[in-house]
Write a new protein. Structure first.
Length: 632
C-alpha cells in the first residue's frame, strides 16, 4: 500500500484507543470492509468526535487525538448516531434502543424490529429507519412506542440515512439505486435513480440537506443534487410501487387505484389530479379495487386476506375489515345494484358479502382447484364469473351459489381476468396463454376464435359499455382493443407503459381506457376512433410538466417538419430512442423519463412526479435537420 493511499484511509483515525493498541488500525479496517464496523460522529458544537467501538463509547478531542472513555453498556452493539451526534442506536438480538451520548442513559425502551441490515436514527432521536436486504423492505419506527410509522417495499435496502431536518430518508440498495422518501408517509419524493452499478453501501445527506453522497461497491462516490425536492417534498401524490388495480367511477369522473404499496388513491379524470388518499389500513398489497355504483364507496381486496369499504370522498373506513378468507383476496367487485360484493381468493373460494353489515351472504363457494384470480358480477345481477390458476372459468348462480355450468375449459394457462358483457350474455377472459376469449354464458361455448396479438400473458380484460369492443392489458406492456363482432384488432398494441400492464377498464362512455402498471403509473388512453387523441401530443421538443399541463409551440417553418412526416404513430424503443412511422430516429429519452412519457394515444399519465410530452410539430427532420439551428 502506498503512503498516499494509506494516509487517505487513515484520515478519520485520530489516535489510538488507550490500552487497546491492537485496535490502532481500526478505521483502516473499516474502510476495507472489516466486520468490526465502528461508527463516528461530531458533537453538535463540532468540538469533539464521538466514537463507538466494540460496545464502548469514546469522546475524542480531534485536535490532539486523545480519547476519553465515556461509558460502556454490556452486551449492546452500538451502531448508528443521529446526524447531530446526540443519540446513538444500540442493537441486541433483533431489538434496538436509543441512548443519549451526553449522559450515557437509554432514552427509549428496547423494542423488536427483527433482523435488519441497515439503520439510522432521526435527528430528534424519536424515530429510526431500518432496511432489510433480504425482503426488500424499508421501515420507519417510532422509538418510544415501537410503532411502525411507514413501510415500503424498495429494492433490497443496504444503507439508509435521515436528512438533517428529519423529514426525509435516503436509501441505497443492493441493486445500486438511490431514492429519497418522505419520513412521515413513506412516499417516494425523488428517484429511484440507477447510476451505481453495484451495492450502495454508504449514503448520507449533506448538512444543508440539499445533496446526498453515496458510496458503492462499484468503486465510485457520487454526489446527488436534490434540486427542487427541498421545496416540493410531500407535494407529489404517487404510488411507490406497482399499480395492481384501476377502475372508473360509474359517472366516469374519477379513477380509483390500488397498489402494492398497500394504499388506495382516487384521481380526477379531467385534471389528472389526486383527489383523495392515500387510503391506508391494509397491511399488505392491495390487489383489487372498485367503485360502488353510486360512486360513494370504494371496495378493496388485499393480500392481508381482508376486504375493506371506504368513503370515496373523505377516505375513511366505513366498516371493520371483512374477514373470512384464509388467503390473499385477489379480486373484488360490486353488484350493479350495490347491494352485494363478490370476492375471490387464493384460498380457492368465492364469497358474497353484504356491504352494509360486512357479513357473508353466500359462501364459501368451491369448485376451482387453484387460486381465484378474478371475479365479476353480471350486470343483471343473476350470475357471477370467476377465473382461476387452474386454467378454467366458472359461472355461478348469484342467488344460490350453485354452478350454472361445468368449469369452462380452453385456456392452456392461468385465467387472470374475467368480465361480463353489458347484456350479461357473454364473458371475456384473459389468460397467461396470451389470448383473450369470449364465451356464451348459457352454453359455455366460445363465441369467437381466441384474440391473439399479445406476446405475453393477458392480465386484464374489459368490455366497452356498448359491448362492441374488448380491451386487454398484458405483461408485454401493451393494451389492445378488439372488435367483438369481427374478432379483429381495431387499435393497438398501445405502447407507453414501461412494465407489465396489470389492470385495464373502459370509461363509461367508451372513449377511454384506464390502465395500471407495474411501472407505478396510471395512464388514460384515447380509444375513440374519431377522437382527437391520435397525435395530439406530438407537437416541437421535449417538455416536462409537473402538473401534466404542457404548452405547445408555434409551428415552425423551413425544413421538413414532423407534422409532414406523419409521426402520429411514433414509438419508444427499449433503448430509449423514439422512432417515427418509417423507423427514423427522432429523439433519445433518458431512462428516468421514459415511464412518464406520453405516447400518441395517451390522454393522461398519473401517479408520477411529472409527465413528459414530445413536442415535434416544428422539429426539423431528414436532411434539413440543420435548419432547426439558429445561431445567436
Amino acid at each position: 500500500m502506498s503512503e498516499s493511499s494509506y494516509y487517505a484511509l487513515q484520515v478519520i483515525r485520530v489516535g489510538n484507543i488507550p490500552g487497546e493498541e491492537q485496535d490502532s488500525a481500526l478505521y483502516v479496517e473499516v474502510k476495507l470492509g472489516n466486520a468490526l464496523d465502528p461508527s463516528v460522529a461530531f458533537t453538535p458544537d463540532g468540538k469533539r468526535v464521538i466514537a463507538v467501538a466494540k460496545g464502548k463509547i469514546y469522546i475524542i478531542d480531534p485536535e490532539n487525538g486523545k480519547f476519553e472513555f465515556a461509558w460502556y453498556e454490556p452486551d449492546i452493539d452500538f451502531r448508528e448516531f443521529s446526524p447531530d451526534g446526540k443519540y446513538v442506536l444500540g442493537y441486541k438480538n433483533g431489538k434496538i434502543g436509543i441512548w443519549d451520548t451526553g449522559t450515557g442513559k437509554r432514552v427509549s425502551a428496547m423494542f423488536d424490529i427483527g433482523g435488519v441490515y441497515s439503520h439510522a436514527v432521526s435527528p430528534d432521536g424519536k424515530r429510526v429507519v431500518t432496511g432489510n436486504i433480504n425482503d426488500g423492505t424499508m421501515s420507519i419506527w417510532n422509538i418510544d412506542s415501537g410503532r411502525l410509522i411507514a413501510e415500503v417495499h424498495s429494492s433490497y435496502v443496504r444503507s439508509v440515512a435521515f436528512s438533517p431536518d428529519g423529514r426525509r430518508v435516503v436509501s441505497g440498495s443492493r441493486h445500486g439505486t438511490i431514492a429519497v422518501w418522505d419520513a412521515d408517509s413513506g412516499q417516494v419524493i425523488w428517484g429511484p435513480f440507477e447510476e451505481h452499478t453495484s451495492w450502495v453501501r454508504s449514503i448520507i445527506f449533506t448538512p444543508d440537506g440539499k445533496r446526498v453522497i453515496s458510496g458503492s461497491v462499484d468503486g465510485t462516490i457520487r454526489i446527488w443534487d436534490l434540486g427542487s425536492t427541498e421545496i416540493t417534498s410531500g407535494a407529489f401524490e404517487v404510488h411507490t410501487i406497482w399499480v395492481s388495480s384501476v377502475a372508473f367511477s360509474h359517472d366516469g369522473k374519477r379513477i380509483v387505484s390500488g397498489s402494492g404499496d398497500k394504499t388506495i388513491r382516487i384521481w380526477d379524470v379531467d385534471t389528472s389530479k389526486h383527489l383523495s388518499g392515500p387510503l391506508e389500513g391494509h397491511t399488505n398489497y392491495v390487489a383489487s379495487v372498485a367503485f360502488s355504483p353510486d360512486g360513494k364507496h370504494v371496495v378493496s381486496g388485499s393480500f392481508d386476506s381482508t376486504i375493506r369499504i371506504w368513503d370515496a370522498d373523505n377516505g375513511k373506513l366505513i366498516l371493520d375489515p371483512f374477514k373470512g378468507h384464509n388467503g390473499p383476496v385477489l379480486s373484488v367487485a360490486f353488484s350493479t345494484d350495490g347491494k352485494r360484493i363478490v370476492s375471490g381468493s387464493d384460498d380457492k373460494t368465492i364469497r358474497i358479502w353484504d356491504p352494509d353489515s360486512g357479513k357473508v351472504i353466500l359462501g364459501p363457494l368451491k369448485a376451482h382447484r387453484k387460486y381465484i384470480n378474478s371475479v365479476s358480477f353480471a350486470p343483471d345481477g343473476k350470475r357471477i364469473a370467476s377465473g382461476s390458476d387452474d386454467n378454467t372459468l366458472c359461472i355461478w348462480d348469484a342467488d344460490n351459489g350453485k354452478l350454472v355450468l361445468n368449469p369452462l375449459e380452453g385456456h392452456t394457462h392461468s385465467v387472470y381476468s374475467v368480465v361480463f358483457s353489458p347484456d350479461s350474455k357473454r364473458v371475456a377472459s384473459g389468460s397467461a396463454d396470451k389470448t383473450v376469449r369470449i364465451w356464451n354464458v348459457d352454453s359455455g361455448e366460445l363465441v369467437l376464435d381466441p384474440f391473439e396479438a399479445h406476446t405475453a400473458g393477458v392480465t386484464s380484460v374489459t368490455f366497452s359499455s356498448d359491448g362492441k369492443h374488448v380491451a386487454s392489458g398484458s405483461v408485454d406492456r401493451t393494451i389492445c382493443v378488439w372488435d367483438t363482432d369481427s374478432c379483429e384488432l381495431v387499435l393497438g398494441p398501445l405502447e407507453g407503459h414501461t412494465a407489465a400492464v396489470l389492470s385495464v377498464m373502459f370509461s363509461p362512455d367508451g372513449r377511454h381506457v384506464v390502465s395500471g402498471s407495474w411501472d407505478k403509473t396510471i395512464r388514460i388512453w384515447d380509444v375513440n376512433s374519431d377522437g382527437v387523441g391520435v397525435g395530439t401530443h406530438v407537437e416541437a421538443a421535449l417538455s416536462t410538466s409537473w402538473d401534466t399541463d404542457a404548452g405547445s409551440r408555434d409551428q415552425g417553418t423551413g425544413p421538413t417538419t414532423c407534422r409532414e412526416s406523419s409521426l402520429s404513430d411514433w414509438t419508444l424503443h427499449d433503448d430509449g430512442w423514439v422512432k417515427g412511422g418509417r423507423g427514423e430516429l427522432l429523439i433519445w429519452i433518458p431512462e428516468d423519463m421514459r415511464t412518464t412519457l406520453w405516447s400518441p394515444r395517451t390522454a393522461a399519465v398519473m401517479s408520477c412526479r411529472f409527465s413528459t410530452r414530445l413536442d415535434l410539430l416544428s422539429s426539423p427532420v431528414g436532411k434539413g435537420w440543420s435548419g432547426g439551428y439558429r445561431p445567436k
